[in-house]
Design a protein around this ligand. Structure first.
Ligand SMILES: Nc1ncnc2c1ncn2[C@@H]1O[C@H](COP(=O)(O)OP(=O)(O)O)[C@@H](O)[C@H]1O
Ligand SMILES: [Mg+2]
Length: 424
């Protein structure tokens, strides 16, 4: 079958890489893709948010399955448009994608269905929000309601910081319409983990757990990024935690969304805060995570096309997922200056040395091809995933292969996976 993947980051490279392994797939298109994806798929020069252009392309090229990586096209209704045209597509509808598209919607939904999450209030007026902050004091968390490319959340340790954040979101409109409302919530303590799951609208099957590293520097210091690395499984997600996540979060979410007339089909991402075995939802995303996908899919043994088809057709109960028991660890290599401003078009040296390394897969994020050379084109450039029998072995393999790579300004965290050691 012919598959179209929408998006062009590390997550989409991992999706294309996994789809390519399916004996059922004969051809993959990716819009817009990147240099690494270009080695596995035909790149299509279409923006991932140009819904009607993408649907036209899928119709014209008789695409049998479209897989959507990023949130923006899902929230904008890509799936609804494809379904209207009778095209097979993997992902939630616009109504279901509101779980990520509006944090205020997600919080009210969790309240209604008793899904554990931080206490919160929603504001549509900046001065009311600021008054509230002065009344209750810091610490607290200020969140833009809509999507903001991971930049719409401020964990404020002082009142001033919170008030500034409200100004930036609601008055300066740094994220446009996404700042029509804000959510202010209590600051939670604990360790974060990610749980991805497949749902066909009726049932939900969790994937293996993982853990992202959001801050730019070692020891979780410095500003937040799109994610500087990840590993799977996350030992904080014990089998008891997994069971609680299913019973208290994932199953009630799927049943609640069904009851709301917004059946949830696709991948559900639950961002969890865990403390003393108790869980709270930090947020839902309506798609695979980046870089979590780069450590979860390399462990998936089941054909992903079979899973996606079962999701679309509501037959997930027929499937059982099989996983590699090893630990997967991904270290992200970023451009100098990222997550602030950075330069692009730096030649990447050494990629060919990784080709024959066992259990190493380089996933490209911000790369492009220029006169036959691979150059940087984004803040996050590459994610090197290694499989090992334990976290030490996976770390050793990943960092060994990173030593073979370089580009001007390249920086990365040296402590990916270290948190897992604390649980041993
Ligand atoms: N209530 C909270 N308490 C403590 N930290 C939080 C809270 N909400 C969010 N955070 C921190 O901020 C990060 C981003 O928040 P999140 O809700 O995941 O928004 P987004 O991913 O859309 O930016 C989280 O990964 C977490 O580190
Ligand atoms: Mg998040």
């Amino acid at each position: 079958m012919k598959v179209l993947v929408v998006g062009g980051g590390g997550r989409e490279h991992a999706l294309v890489w996994k789809l390519k392994k399916s004996p059922r797939v004969s051809k993959i298109f990716c819009a817009p893709g990147n240099a690494g994806i270009g080695q596995l798929a035909e790149l299509v020069e279409l923006k991932d948010t140009g819904i009607s252009g993408l649907a036209d392309f899928a119709e014209k090229n008789r695409v049998d399955l479209t897989v959507v990586g990023p949130e923006a096209p899902l929230i904008a209704g890509l799936v609804d448009e494809f379904e209207k045209r009778g095209l097979n597509v993997f992902g939630p509808s616009k109504a279901a994608a509101e779980l990520e598209g509006s944090k205020a919607f997600a919080k009210a939904f969790m309240d209604k269905y008793s899904i554990p999450t931080a206490k919160y209030r929603v504001f549509e007026d900046a001065s009311e929000a600021q008054e509230y902050v002065r009344a209750i004091g810091a610490p607290l968390v200020v969140k833009a309601d809509g999507i903001a490319a991971g930049k719409g959340v401020v964990v404020a340790s002082s009142e001033e910081e919170a008030i500034e954040a409200i100004d930036k979101i609601m008055v300066e409109r740094a994220f446009g319409q996404s700042g029509n409302k804000i959510v202010i919530e209590e600051k939670l303590e604990g360790e974060e983990a990610t749980l991805l799951a497949f749902s066909d609208g009726n049932m939900i099957i969790p994937m293996v757990s993982s853990q992202d590293h959001k801050a730019v520097y070692d020891g979780d210091k410095g500003p937040n990024t799109g994610g500087m690395g990840a590993y799977s499984p996350a030992p904080i997600v014990t089998s008891e935690v997994m069971k609680k996540a299913m019973d208290d979060i994932l199953i009630p979410t799927i049943e609640g969304m069904k009851a709301e007339g917004r059946p949830y089909k696709g991948v559900l991402y639950a961002g969890l805060m865990i403390k003393d075995g108790q869980l709270k939802v930090l947020e839902f995303n309506v798609r695979f995570g980046d870089p979590e996908t780069q450590v979860v899919l390399p462990r998936l043994k089941t054909d992903i096309v079979d899973i996606m088809e079962a999701v679309i057709q509501g037959r997930l109960h027929e499937l059982e997922l099989e996983w590699d028991d090893r630990l997967a660890l991904c270290v992200v290599l970023a451009s100098g200056g990222y997550p602030g401003s950075y330069e692009i078009d730096k030649p990447i040296v050494g990629l060919e040395e990784l080709v024959d390394l066992e259990d190493i897969t380089p996933f490209h994020s911000g790369t492009s091809e220029c006169h036959g050379k691979i150059v940087t084109s984004g803040g996050r450039v590459l994610g090197i995933t290694a499989l090992g029998n334990d976290v030490n072995e996976a770390r050793q393999k990943a960092y060994h292969s990173i030593n073979l790579l370089s580009f001007e300004g390249m920086h990365f965290r040296k402590d990916i996976g270290i948190k897992a050691l604390a649980h041993m």
